[in-house]
Ligand binder design. Sequence first.
Ligand SMILES: Nc1ncnc2c1ncn2[C@@H]1O[C@H](COP(=O)(O)OP(=O)(O)OP(=O)(O)O)[C@@H](O)[C@H]1O
Ligand SMILES: [Mg+2]
Length: 465
Amino acid sequence: MILGSIRTRLALGFLVVALVAVGVVTLYVLPSLQDQLTNQKLRALAQAARTYSGPLRQAIGSNVDEKTVDDEVRAAADNANARVTLLGVSRGTEGLSTYVISDSTQEVDISDLSFDVAQETARTGRAGTGLESGDAGRVGEAARPLRYNRRVARVVVFSQPLNDVNETVSLIRHRILVAGGLAVIVALLAGLLFSGPLARRVRRLQRGARQVAAGDFSARFPINSRDEVGQLARTLDEMQGQLGQLDSARKRFIATASHELRTPIFSLSGFVELLLDEDLDEETRRAFLVQVRDQVARLRTLTVELLDLSRLEAGSLELRPEPTDVGVVARAVASEFLPALSTHGSHLELRLPAQALVAECDPERLAQVLRILIDNALVHTPPGTDVVVAASGGDGQVALAVRDSGPGIRRADVERIFEPFFTSDDVQGSGLGLAIAHELAERMAGRLTVESQPGQTTFSFELPA
Ligand SMILES: Nc1ncnc2c1ncn2[C@@H]1O[C@H](COP(=O)(O)OP(=O)(O)OP(=O)(O)O)[C@@H](O)[C@H]1O
Ligand SMILES: [Mg+2]
C-alpha cells in the first residue's frame, strides 16, 4: 500500500536516478580517469627518460669507476625528479637477463621490483613503459636502452610511484560519494516534496469520484491546473455533469412513466366501481364500458411503448437489417391508416418514384417509424388535414418524408418533441412516439428531423441506401 502510493514511487524514482548517476560516475568515470592519469604519468616519465638519459652513456665502459656511474645516475634522477636505476645486460646461455648496477636511492639489492620493462627493452632495443607493484605500491617505469658498440649494453629505468594518482582518484571518489550521498538525500526529499501536492490532488479527485459513485452529484472536481491531473479533473467534472443529467433524466422518466401509468389505472378502477352499481341504466353502463375499453387500450399502447423505449435505450432491441424497398413498406403502412383517414376526413397522398428505392434497414422497424409519423400527422392536426408521404433517393441515401398541412409545432417545442413524454398539445398522447422513432432512426444509422411552420410540418427520415 505504502509502496504503491505516488508519493513513495516518485521519491524512489528520484532516489534511483541519483543512485544510478553516482554509480555510473564511480564505476565508469573514475576507472577511466585513473587510467588517463596513469598514462599521462608514464608519458611524462618516458619524456624525462628521453631527455635525461643521454649523459648516462658516458657511464658505460670498463674504464669508468663506480662512483662516476653513481654520480651520473643521481644527477639524472635529480634532473628528472624520478628514481633512476641503471641495469646491466648479460647474455648467458639461458638467454638475456638484467641486473642492477646502480640506483639513485643507492640501493642495489632491489628485491621488490623485477624491472620487466628493462628486460623487454634489452631484448628489443626499444624504449618502453610499464607498471609494476612494489613494496611502496604501484610504480610507473620508463626504460631506455643505452648502446655500446651497437649493442644494448645497459638499460636505464626512470621510475616514479603512482601514489599521487591513486590519491587523486581516491580523493575524487570520496568527494563524489559525499556529493552523491547528498544528492540522494536531496532527491528523496525533493521527491517527497514534489509528490506531496500531487498525491493530495489525486486524493481529492478520488474523494469526489467516490461521492459521485455513491450517487451524490454535488461533488466538484477543482480544475486548478492544465497538467494531466487538471485534465483528469476536467474529464471527471464533465463525466459528473453527464451522470447528473442522466440521473435526473432517469428520475424524471420514472416519475412521468409512473404518473402516466397511474392515471388510466385510477380512472379504470373508478369506472369499475361505478359499473358495480346495480342501479345503472343500460346506456350509462355502455358509456362506462367504452371508457374502460379506451383506458385499457391506452394502457396497452403505453406499456408496449415503454417496453420498446427501454429496450432501445438499453440496446437490447434486436434489429434485422436487410435490403428493403421503402416504397413497398410506405404503401403497406399507408393502407393500414385507411379507416383512420376516413374518420379524420383526410386524404393521404403517396409520392413514390417509379423504380424501387432500396435501403438497408429492418422493414418492421421502418414501418413502426412511419406509423408513428403518420399517426401524429392525423392525431395532432384538425380533421380534414391532408398528409403526403414521399420517398426519394440519391447520394447513397434514401429519404422518406411525412408532411401534413396542419397548424405546426411551436418553435420553442420543436427542440423537445423527441424527448420521452413530451407533448405540446391537448391530445391525450403519452409523448413516447417520437422518442421511439428517434431512437430507432439512430439504431438504423439514419436520421429523423423535423421542420415545422404553421400550415406545414415535415418529418424527414434519412436512411443509408
Ligand atoms: N405532425 C404534427 N403536428 C403537430 N404537432 C405534432 C406533430 N407530431 C408531433 N407533434 C407534437 O409532438 C408531441 C410529441 O409527439 P409524440 O408522437 O412523441 O407523442 P404523442 O403523439 O403525444 O404520444 P404517443 O406516444 O401516443 O405518440 C405531440 O404531443 C405533439 O404535440
Ligand atoms: Mg404520437
